[in-house]
Design a protein around this ligand. Structure first.
Ligand SMILES: [Zn+2]
Length: 405
C-alpha cells in the first residue's frame, strides 16, 4: 500500500466517512443512484406496501489505500432483516449442485468430521451449514435472523444450534473449529469492526475461516449495474478482501473465484497480528482503480443495449417476462423501463409466489404463469441458470428468445 493520497486529489471525494475497511481517507466517489428500494429480498404481502417501501441513495466510493468499495450513503436504519427475508436460491438444481461442491471441497480441505464444530455467520435458511453437517458428521452453530426452523427437515439439524439473531459482540464466546460466512459481508457496513470481531471470536484457538461473497472485479469490468444495489453496502475484489483479512490478524491461505467468476472465495487462518501479502492475485489495487474510472461508461453501454432491446420489444408488441425476482431484478427494474412489454416476473422459489417486489410493486408468480402468457422473450437475471430455465420453459412447451444477463 502506498502513502494515502490527499482527499483533494478527487474532485468528487466523499468527505463524510473514512474507509470502512482501513480507515483511510483517500476516497473517490464514482457511481451514484438515487432513490432505490432499501431492500430487494424482503417480500411484501401487498402491492401498496411494495410501492411505499423505504428508499435510499447509493454513492459508491473507492478507497485508494486498500481498494475497498462501499456505499457512502448507506443508512443502517433502513435495514430490516427478519424472517420475511427471502434470499434462498436453494430451489435451483444448479445452485444445489454448487452448494454440494463447496461442502465437499471444504470438508476435504479442512478435514471436517464428527466431534468438530462448524460455525456459520449469516447462515440464511441454513442450507450450507446443514449440508456441511450432513456430509461431514460435524456439529453446527448457525446465526441468522432469517432462519426458518420449520423448513429444515434434515436429520443433521439435531446437531445444529440455530440462533435467530445477527452476529455481534454477544456471540464472541462461541467456539468453533471452522467458521464460514457466505454472502453476508457485503451487507455489513463497518467491515473492519466485523472482521475484528470474527478474529476475537477465535481468540487463541485455531480455526479455519472461509468467506464467500460477490466479486466486484467482474461487476466493474462488465458494467453489470444490476449487481449494485442498496442491500449490498460493501464491495470487494480479491485484493481488497485479502488486505482487510490480513490487517485484522488473518493469514490468507487461498483466494479464488467460482460460479462463472461471480463469487469470490477466501480461506484464512488466524495469526498473531497483521500479516504480509504473499498471493499474487492480491496485487490488484492499480487495476481496480482503472476499472473504477471506466465503470460509469461500462454501465451506460449495458443500459444502452438493454434500452434498445426494450424499444424493439415495445415496437413489435412482444411480450417479455423476467425470470428471477431477487436483488438483481429489483436493481434492473430501478434503472430500466421495460414499459408495456413486461408482462410477468417469475421465480422458482414457491415462498415468493403471490408476494410483491419492493419498489416496482410487481407481483412474483410461479413459472407456470408463463404457460398461459406465452412470452416472446425471457430475461434471465443470472446467466448461470440459463440451461435450467431453458429446460423449465421447454417442459411447458415454450421456446421464447432468451436474454441471459
Ligand atoms: Zn480503505
Amino acid at each position: 500500500m502506498g502513502q494515502p493520497l490527499p482527499t483533494s486529489a478527487y474532485p468528487n471525494a466523499a468527505t463524510t466517512l473514512p474507509c470502512q475497511a482501513c480507515g483511510g481517507t483517500a476516497l473517490e466517489s464514482f457511481y451514484e443512484l438515487r432513490n432505490v428500494p432499501a431492500h430487494s429480498c424482503l417480500l411484501l404481502p401487498t402491492r401498496k406496501e411494495a410501492l411505499a417501501f423505504p428508499r435510499g441513495d447509493i454513492e459508491l466510493v473507492f478507497c485508494h489505500d486498500c481498494g475497498f468499495i462501499g456505499n457512502s450513503r448507506f443508512d443502517i436504519g433502513l435495514n430490516q432483516y427478519s424472517a420475511a427475508y427471502e434470499e434462498t436460491q436453494a430451489f435451483s438444481p444448479r445452485f444445489l449442485k454448487f452448494l454440494d461442491e463447496i461442502c465437499h471441497d471444504q470438508i476435504q480441505k479442512f478435514a471436517l468430521g464428527p466431534g468438530m464444530t462448524a460455525l456459520e455467520i449469516g447462515c440464511g435458511k441454513g442450507e450450507f451449514l446443514t449440508r456441511l453437517c450432513e456430509l461431514s458428521g460435524c456439529n453446527g452453530i448457525g446465526l441468522d435472523p432469517g432462519y426458518h426452523p420449520e423448513r429444515n427437515q434434515s436429520s443433521a439439524a439435531a446437531r445444529i444450534t440455530f440462533i435467530r439473531d445477527l452476529y455481534g459482540p454477544r456471540y464472541a464466546h462461541l467456539k468453533a473449529d471452522y467458521i464460514s460466512c457466505r454472502h453476508t459481508l457485503e451487507h455489513i457496513g463497518p467491515v473492519q469492526e466485523f472482521m475484528r470481531l470474527v478474529r476475537e471470536t477465535i481468540g487463541k484457538r485455531q480455526a479455519d475461516v472461509f468467506f464467500e461473497l460477490p466479486d466486484m472485479e467482474r461487476v466493474l469490468e462488465t458494467g453489470v449495474f444490476w449487481d449494485v444495489y442498496y442491500e449490498h453496502c460493501t464491495y470487494f475484489t480479491r485484493g481488497s478482501l485479502a488486505r482487510l483479512f490480513r490487517a485484522e490478524g488473518f493469514d490468507v491461505q487461498r483466494l479464488y473465484k467460482v460460479y462463472d467468476g461471480q463469487y469470490l472465495m477466501i480461506e484464512a487462518t488466524p495469526a498473531d497480528g497483521p500479516t504480509q501479502a504473499r498471493l499474487p492475485q492480491e496485487d490488484d489495487l492499480e487495476t481496480t482503480a482503472a476499472l473504477v474510472r471506466k465503470f460509469r461508461k461500462e454501465v451506460d453501454n449495458r443500459l444502452a443495449e438493454l434500452t434498445s432491446a426494450a424499444d424493439r420489444w415495445r415496437r413489435s408488441g412482444q411480450k417479455v417476462a423476467i425470470w428471477g425476482s431477487g436483488s438483481k431484478c429489483v436493481a434492473l427494474m430501478s434503472s430500466l423501463d421495460l414499459g408495456d412489454s413486461l408482462r410477468a416476473i417469475v421465480d422458482i422459489n414457491p415462498h415468493k409466489h403471490g408476494k410483491f417486489l419492493a419498489g416496482s410493486g410487481w407481483e412474483i408468480q410461479g413459472p407456470n404463469a408463463l404457460a398461459e402468457l406465452r412470452p416472446d422473450a425471457v430475461i434471465i437475471m443470472n446467466s448461470i441458470y440459463t440451461e435450467e430455465i431453458r429446460h423449465e420453459l421447454a417442459t411447458r412447451g415454450l421456446q421464447p428468445q432468451l436474454l441471459p444477463l
